[in-house]
Structure formats: structure tokens, C-alpha cells
Ligand binder design. Structure first.
Ligand code: SF4
Ligand code: SF4
Length: 169
């Protein structure tokens, strides 16, 4: 699979229809190593949120629930732990994405604009985008703790409040 399918001229003309619907999901490789330090920096910027997949992203295999992943924040939501569905990405400006093309989340880079009305999603569905984060659940929670946040503060839905206990942190 290619690393990106960006066609910024088409996206500019489109005005970011997908970005107004929901931010793209990041991949752990979108952040520099060590991941924990990069996540701390990202969380301090106020531009990134911790979301989770409501279900098991690897059905019948790990019996995992509420696997955490990272995505840009949605405008108007300040909480770090945010399972909100839908909303405009914080990086979208009137003339398109404010991130440099290769610094955009993998989920965004793998959207292939064909025309402004037709785009192909090469990155897979939400479960597929969540799976690469499975090995990094502790790292995410430790980075959140470092900026004074806890998953126990998540209050918008049935928070995976047992996650810290399960992971032993
Ligand atoms: S990927 Fe498609 S929907 Fe998203 S901004 Fe580009 S053209 Fe528009
Ligand atoms: S990061 Fe950029 S390309 Fe991705 S959803 Fe946000 S505004 Fe759109």
C-alpha cells in the first residue's frame, strides 16, 4: 500500500468535506519515537484527542473492548478523552488543512480524492485504523497521565473506566 494518496488541489477545491464530518485517525508511526514523549507533546498542544473503538477491532480473537486510538480534536471539544462521533477537525481552516500534507494523520493521507465528489478510502474502516494502536494502550494512558488527564475523567459516554485497572497503571 502506498504511504499517501494526497491530491491537495482536489481537496482544496472540495473545501474538506471529509474533514467537516470527522478527523482522520492517526497511526502510531505518524508520531516520532519515543511515542510516549511525542504523545505528551501532542496532548499539550491541545490539538489531539484520545478516542476509542466501541467494540472489538479484532473480532473473536482478543475480546478487546474500547481500544484507544489517537486523532485530531473536533472543534468545540476540549476534553482529551473524547469519544464524540462526528464534528469538524480542529486542523481545518477555510482554505483546507493547516497541517503539511505529509504530517497529516495516516487516515487522511490514505484517502484518495478522485473528484471532489468521489474519494477512495485505502486505509480501511475504523476497526482497521484502530488495530495498530492495540500494542500502545499503556503508552497512551501514561502520556495522558503525564499531562494530568485520566480516562476516569472521560464523561461523555460509557468510558472504558476499567482500562487503567486492566492494564495495571
Ligand atoms: S479527501 Fe475527498 S472529501 Fe476529503 S477533502 Fe479531499 S476531496 Fe474532499
Ligand atoms: S488533519 Fe487535515 S486532512 Fe485530516 S481531517 Fe483534519 S483537516 Fe482534514
Amino acid at each position: 500500500m502506498k504511504k499517501n494518496y494526497l491530491k491537495t488541489d482536489i481537496c482544496k477545491e472540495c473545501g474538506g468535506k471529509c474533514c467537516k464530518h470527522m478527523p482522520g485517525i492517526a497511526h502510531p508511526c505518524d508520531f516520532k519515537k519515543p511515542l510516549e514523549e511525542s504523545l505528551i507533546e501532542a496532548f499539550r498542544s491541545g490539538h489531539w484527542a484520545i478516542d476509542w473503538y466501541d467494540g472489538d477491532p479484532v473480532k473473536y480473537r482478543y475480546k478487546l473492548h474500547n481500544v484507544l486510538f489517537i486523532r485530531p480534536k473536533v472543534k468545540g471539544v476540549s476534553e482529551l478523552f473524547d469519544p464524540t462521533w462526528g464534528g469538524e477537525c480542529i486542523f481545518l481552516a477555510y482554505d483546507g488543512c493547516t497541517l503539511k500534507p505529509l504530517e497529516r494523520p495516516r487516515g487522511c493521507r490514505l484517502m484518495e480524492p478522485i473528484t471532489t465528489n468521489k474519494c477512495l478510502l485505502h486505509g480501511g474502516d475504523k476497526a482497521a485504523c484502530t488495530r495498530p494502536w492495540i500494542p500502545y494502550q499503556k503508552v497512551i494512558l501514561k502520556a495522558a497521565r503525564a499531562v494530568g488527564e485520566s480516562i476516569k475523567n472521560a464523561h461523555r459516554s460509557e468510558a472504558p473506566s476499567s482500562m487503567e485497572q486492566i492494564l495495571g497503571i
